[in-house]
Design a protein. Sequence first.
Length: 91
Amino acid sequence: MIAGGTGVSPVRGVIDHFAAHPDKVKSLTFLDGFKTPMDILFRSDFDRWKKDMNLILAVDCIEIDTAQNTGLATKYIPKLKLEDAWRVAAI
């Protein structure tokens, strides 16, 4: 899944479902992007989700040097290691 900013709100329930039922999918990667670290919504959910899925969280810009991914979330798509790419579903 890929979302950006407030776009995480409509997919939050779907992510919660698959995080709670990992047996329903072979794997799940969630890429999400925000303008700045201060704009990140649902921080506690991200902490929980990263235990159950491949989570890539990116911000467009940062004010201080951090280990956070920077740039648009879509920038990280080519870096994904997709097994059986022909079976991947994008929603």
